[in-house]
Design a protein around this ligand. Structure first.
Ligand SMILES: Cc1cc2nc3c(=O)[nH]c(=O)nc-3n(C[C@H](O)[C@H](O)[C@H](O)COP(=O)(O)OP(=O)(O)OC[C@H]3O[C@@H](n4cnc5c(N)ncnc54)[C@H](O)[C@@H]3O)c2cc1C
Length: 470
């Protein structure tokens, strides 16, 4: 295990002037997004089912309060309720479970988050990268155990992953990177340009690398399935209940629009929305990612693509696409360009420019899909740290403010794993997970506006130039 250094201090996360009480501005788009045309929501029934009632009591005394009903909050609820069935656990979500990034993402359940592993390898060395990979790997294990143990129908398929190579001159560099990953125990197979064009009926790429590093799923179905599981374990879930402030202390006070919760411990599972609570602003920005989905493909369209192995796909650009087939054979196609909106606001809905780039790019890869109907176009908000590594740990004078945020685009497995880690931190257990070097770390600083916006935009421009010319 690498050393656990650089503990994140409470005062550096909670600005001191807000220590007593943090408040944030009401009204959309702080949480709600205006334009949600999401294939996962539709197929999981999130659009058509009624959310739980809001918290209407004036005051609730709980053992543990969880803010956010995405994978972090739900998995924390699960692991805590399993360990402490006698404790009163309440979960509050401003909208409803699965409404955040957990119900909107690309559905790539990642066994090995390779970009993050390479980041750790380059900055912290081989030993840390091996530990990182072995901890990260447990995330998919947890997702699979939820699905198997509770029979959650979320279209899970373990089909492996292919990273396409965009430019001929990049082949050697990509192979070098995979050689490093192989030395860490992640096996891969190189696909020549010919093999890619035969398997996927596209001439756009110059090769690819196949690994068994992913599964695919319908993330909204998983979130709704988990909600049912934790409710059956007596976790009380209040939806349509926006938390307006969190006040630390031996007993944490969580104010909502309607009533307040007093709890011995709180779990923050608000990821990309956390800045609306005025927390973690120095270390994380909410970034916005967009996705389109086609109508279910006809059998002729499926045949025209090859893609018989239904692998999860992406390319090797910095601003890359990620795509896969849904259970009903839609192409779920995301990425291309990420956005940050001035002042840390969660996505105000959609972004026409990015959506049009996605539509163009899909046809560039597979011109044979010309005329395919794009049925859904949506966006979501995720938390991004400067070193693209997650933030998981515990804060506060009384060590009772637990958090899992900043998954930087790789959150399906990380967020589910964070729930388990948080339950072990709460139990004050000494385990491989609670000794993980990444916990409680102090991540690189991100300055306030206007430098934050300028920095983000300049960096994205730089990545776009790199992708175009190098
Ligand atoms: C478009 C997109 C594509 C992605 N693709 C992938 C992918 O393919 N694979 C992958 O591994 N990761 C992907 N990610 C990242 C991944 O989805 C997230 O990291 C992960 O779902 C985060 O889960 P979470 O529970 O921490 O946060 P969320 O799912 O965002 O949940 C946060 C919850 O908190 C609630 N909330 C917010 N503020 C408040 C408040 N004040 N009071 C009460 N409740 C509040 C919200 O309503 C929401 O339900 C993607 C992200 C996006 C946006």
């Amino acid at each position: 295990m690498a050393q656990n250094s650089n503990k994140l201090e409470l005062s550096s996360v909670f600005p001191l002037k807000h220590l007593e009480k943090f408040s944030f501005k009401p009204n959309p788009p702080w949480v709600s997004e205006y334009y949600v045309n999401n294939a996962w929501f539709e197929t999981a029934g999130l659009n058509t089912t009624t959310p739980n009632a809001p918290l209407l009591e004036e005051k609730i005394i709980a053992d543990i309060a969880i803010v956010g009903g995405g994978f972090t909050g739900l998995s924390s609820a699960y692991h805590l309720a399993k360990k402490y069935p006698q404790k009163r656990i309440v979960l509050l979500d401003a909208a409803r479970c699965g409404y955040g990034a957990s119900g909107r993402n690309g559905g790539h359940a990642i066994l090995y988050p390779m970009v993050q592993i390479m980041e750790v390898y380059k900055k912290k060395g081989r030993e840390a990268a091996v530990e990182f990979a072995s901890v990260a790997k447990q995330g998919l294990g947890i997702v699979k155990s939820f699905i198997e143990e509770y029979d959650i129908d979320c279209e899970f398929e373990e089909t492996g992953f292919v990273e396409f190579i965009e430019k001929e001159r990049q082949i050697n560099a990509v192979m070098e990177e995979y050689k490093i990953l192989e030395s860490l125990g992640i096996e891969s197979d190189f696909l020549s340009r010919k093999a890619v064009s035969e398997k996927f009926n596209t001439t756009h790429f110059h090769g690819g690398v196949k690994t068994n590093s992913e599964g695919g799923l319908n993330p909204c179905k998983l979130a709704l399935g988990l909600k049912e599981v934790v409710q059956s374990m007596n976790v009380e879930i209040f939806e349509q209940t926006k938390v307006t402030s969190v006040s630390p202390g031996r007993t944490v006070t969580i104010n909502t629009e309607f009533g307040e919760v007093h709890a011995d411990a709180v779990v923050l599972g608000t990821n990309g929305y956390t800045s609306t609570l005025n927390l973690f602003k120095k270390y994380m920005v909410p970034f916005h990612d967009y996705v389109i989905s086609t109508a279910p493909l006809t059998s002729e369209q499926m045949t025209s693509l090859g893609w018989k192995g239904r692998e999860a796909l992406a390319d090797n650009r910095n601003l890359f696409n990620y795509y896969r087939l849904s259970g009903d054979n839609r192409i779920i196609f995301g990425g291309e360009l990420v956005k940050y909106y001035y002042g840390n606001i969660p996505s105000p809905g959609n972004n026409k420019h990015v959506i049009s780039l996605l539509e163009e790019r899909l046809l560039k890869i597979w011109p044979q899909l010309k005329g395919v109907k794009i049925e859904h176009r949506w966006g979501g908000t995720d938390g991004l740290t400067r070193d693209i590594l997650p933030l998981i740990g515990v804060l506060g004078e009384y060590k009772n403010i637990f958090y899992g945020v900043g998954y930087s685009g790789e959150g399906i497995c990380w967020a589910n794993l964070a729930g388990k880690i948080i339950s072990q931190l709460y139990a004050e257990k000494d385990t491989d997970l609670t000794r993980f070097f990444l916990l409680n770390r102090k991540p690189p600083y991100i300055p306030p506006e206007p430098f934050r916006k300028i920095g983000f935009d300049v960096h994205v421009k730089y990545l776009a130039i790199k992708d175009r010319f190098f």
